[in-house]
Design a protein around this ligand. Structure first.
Ligand SMILES: [Zn+2]
Length: 249
């Protein structure tokens, strides 16, 4: 059996994608989400800020932020529609000021307990530098850190954030954590069939990107990820198996 088959994970029944900004998900994991949605997976997309600082237009000031937030939420919803996302949750934290606070961890814990995903996808909380040209956005690290900390230990530990219990949020153990944007990948998802959909989803974010240009370098990135993996296009992850399925135990 080729390595590709061995590495390709089984689509989960329910997945939660947690990211800082509208468009983060499309840049990173959208090929995987579209593929899993087509396989019947329920997808919950959590967007922590609404990207309200995402403009350097000199004619704009702070009064533009709520307008931009609304626009970017619409763009995200259009992207999520294309990907087959079942539920989108915006948490409305301020863009560019995100920290991995206990408050955010609790908010994400509440969502994990509410939707009970068996898999959570998020960014890499350790990532400061990508290549020689991209200094990672601090919101990305903060979102990823809070997501990891909500997944473990908060979501599954009964007495953590104990006031969630009387509110009806019983503990829930996430089985797998998928971290993208890492050089410690151990899992590659073949997104050849959903590459076009990933690009189309990203193209919905017209306030942020040039829809005519993104396709080319998205394909180049995905080709680079797929190198030596007997796939044309891939998304790669470090997958943490936090709880084994019965048949794996
Ligand atoms: Zn971002």
């Amino acid at each position: 059996m080729p390595e590709r088959k061995a590495k390709e994970p089984t689509p989960p029944a329910r997945v939660m994608s947690i990211h800082a900004h509208p468009d983060d998900q499309e840049f990173s994991v959208a090929g995987t989400l579209a593929k899993w949605a087509q396989a019947g997976c329920e997808i919950i997309s959590v967007i922590i800020t609404s990207g309200d600082s995402g403009s350097n237009d000199p004619s704009k000031d702070g009064s533009y932020k709520p307008i931009l937030a609304e626009l970017r939420e619409k763009e995200q919803l259009a992207a999520n529609d294309l990907l087959g996302v079942k539920e989108t949750v915006f948490l409305h934290y301020p863009d560019g000021e995100l920290e991995a606070t206990l408050e955010l961890r609790k908010e994400l814990t509440r969502l994990v307990r509410r939707f009970k995903p068996d898999t959570v996808l998020t960014g890499n909380p350790e990532a400061w530098f990508y290549g020689d040209e991209y200094l990672n956005h601090p919101d990305h690290r903060a979102a990823a850190q809070a997501a990891c900390e909500a997944v473990f230990p908060s979501a599954g530990s009964r007495l953590m954030f104990a006031d969630l219990l009387p509110a009806g949020y019983e503990p829930h153990e996430v089985k797998r954590l998928y971290v993208h944007g890492t050089d410690k990948s151990n899992t590659w998802v073949d997104i050849t069939e959903t590459m076009d959909l990933k690009i189309q989803a990203l193209q919905q974010h017209v306030s942020q990107i040039n829809p005519d240009e993104v396709g080319k370098w998205m394909r180049e990135w995905a080709e680079e990820e797929a190198k030596d993996k007997e796939m044309k296009y891939a998304e790669s992850y470090k997958v943490m198996v936090l709880k084994k399925d019965k048949e794996e135990a």
